[in-house]
Design a protein around this ligand. Structure first.
Ligand code: S3P
Length: 469
């Protein structure tokens, strides 16, 4: 027993000592001042969810996958590092940011240099959860751990369905969280109804299903982002997708079914569109700062992600969609101008399509006339931080009336915001949301640990400066 604990500690220490070259969140605070206007254009860095999956499926497929506009942020580099540890050769072309080639070895081709292998997912819940599904059917044992934030996030939501498939997956501190020990074993397909609409859960189960015996079906209560489904189709193994109806004809779940695959084949090239979740900060900033006009280029327009556009427009945002393209993942340019916003109600099936944008929507709501109510978003409590608590603390400090609820928040908009000291909780989306608030506040705003933007948007402050901030 004692020996086992020592081995565990050594493996996890080994995992945690891995450096991908971009450590998240240097402990630096940053002071931001209000601005008179924002003008110009910017190109949005690659989509985080799609970048993770490009590495994952590129690794699990036969053949080379050339990726362009890959997001070189801490989270995605963590995924890259995991696959390097699993024997995959990933070549970065340093002459062009975001250009790399994954030399995939096929669905059964992961070979770590030793078993057990220790993996470190840093701050990335997506890496931790989807990797669990990928590792469960392997022929070796893995440990996966993350930073303090990841190791507090619920993992039972993936452990339970994977166990139902036959997986041997254990929470090492017996608290339903990472570190996880995953002893590879043969799996069988299941039909699983998830309580939460979560693309991470859905993707973990579908990835495990690729190597299981029989079909694997996930039924979600609402449609979560479908990048895994789209990516599987691009790699020659499209899942079948149906909306279920009850006897009265009402929506009764979104079903995604994957059959076991003999092999996945690389499409050769993946072009990652810009991340709409990153664009959201500039959509909000351009709406809120007076006398602004910003052209945001190359924004991913996947309809399972575009809730921010629907809500911003419902609040009165002046957004024009230009230059639409329709590749595997649709994209467009967005022209956003200063707008006078009003409150709205955000609830129900739109929530999964804007879950990561709720912090910045809360900033828009604080500046809008009237009340905004956000419901059905209890998931916010288990993101990189408790985002209901973080937004309540920060917005209250800036002079906004905000009431947290069990599954969202109520924001009384229209009161002038004033600068404050904001705790980011090392959560990139909290840091970027309050950066937007600082642009329209009276006086300076200080963010602690502002470097956490590296998790999804390393050039965020540089891009903000380019527009005049
Ligand atoms: C993600 C899914 C979402 C999102 C996260 C990225 C993904 O989480 O919040 O930032 O890439 O699958 P959930 O699926 O848990 O809602």
């Amino acid at each position: 027993m004692h020996r086992q604990i020592l081995i565990k500690d050594a493996l996890l220490a080994d995992a945690a000592s891995i450096s991908t070259g971009k450590e998240a969140a240097p402990a630096k605070s940053l002071t931001l001042s209000p601005v008179r206007s924002l003008r110009g254009e910017l190109s949005i860095p690659g989509d985080k969810s799609i970048s993770h999956r490009a590495i994952m499926f590129g690794s699990l497929a036969k053949g080379d996958t050339h990726i362009t506009h890959f997001l070189e942020s801490a989270d995605c580099l963590a995924t890259m590092d995991c696959f390097s540890r699993l024997g995959i050769f990933i070549e970065r072309d340093f002459s062009e940011p975001g250009k790399l080639t994954v030399h995939g070895t096929g669905l059964h081709g992961l070979y770590p240099s030793h078993s057990p292998v220790a993996l470190y997912s840093q701050n990335s819940g997506t890496t931790t959860r989807i990797m669990s599904g990928i590792l469960a059917p392997q022929h070796f044992t893995s440990y996966i751990t993350g930073d303090d934030s990841v190791n507090r996030r619920p993992m039972k939501r993936v452990m339970e369905p994977l166990r139902e498939m036959g997986a041997d997956i254990v929470s090492m501190n017996d608290d339903g969280c990472a570190p996880l020990k995953i002893t590879g074993t043969p799996l069988h397909g299941i039909t699983f109804r998830t309580k939460v609409a979560s693309a991470q859960v859905k993707s973990a189960i579908l990835c495990a299903g690729l190597s299981a015996e029989g079909d694997t079906t996930v039924i979600e209560p609402a449609v979560s982002r479908d990048h895994t489904e789209k990516m599987l189709a691009a790699f020659g193994h499209a899942p079948s997708v149906t909306d279920l109806a009850d006897e009265a004809g009402h929506f009764a779940g979104h079903s995604v079914c994957v059959s076991p695959a003999d092999e996945l084949y690389s499409p050769g090239e993946i072009i990652v569109p810009g991340d709409i979740s990153s664009a959201a900060y500039f959509i909000a900033a351009a709406c809120l700062v007076p006398n602004s006009e910003v052209l945001i280029r190359n924004v991913g327009m996947n309809e399972t992600r575009d809730g921010i556009l629907r809500v911003a427009r419902a609040m009165g945002a002046d957004i024009t969609v230009l230059n639409e393209s329709h590749a595997a993942e649709p994209a467009a340019d967005l022209l956003v101008k200063t707008s006078s916003l009003h409150g709205t109600v955000i609830e129900g099936s739109i929530i999964p399509t804007l879950i990561d944008e709720i912090p910045v929507i809360a900033i828009m709501a604080a500046a809008a006339e009237g009340t905004t109510i956000i419901r059905d978003a209890a998931e916010l409590k288990v993101k990189e931080s408790d985002r209901i608590a973080a937004m309540t603390e920060g917005l209250s400090a800036m002079g906004c009336r905000i009431t947290p609820t069990d599954d969202g928040m109520i924001i009384e908009g229209g009161a002038p915001l004033h600068g404050a000291h904001i705790r980011t909780f090392r959560d990139h989306r909290i840091a970027m949301s309050f950066s937007v608030a600082s642009l329209i506040a009276e006086g300076d705003t200080t963010l602690d640990n502002a470097g956490c933007v590296d998790i999804s948007y390393p050039s965020f402050f540089e891009d903000l400066r380019k527009l005049g901030a």
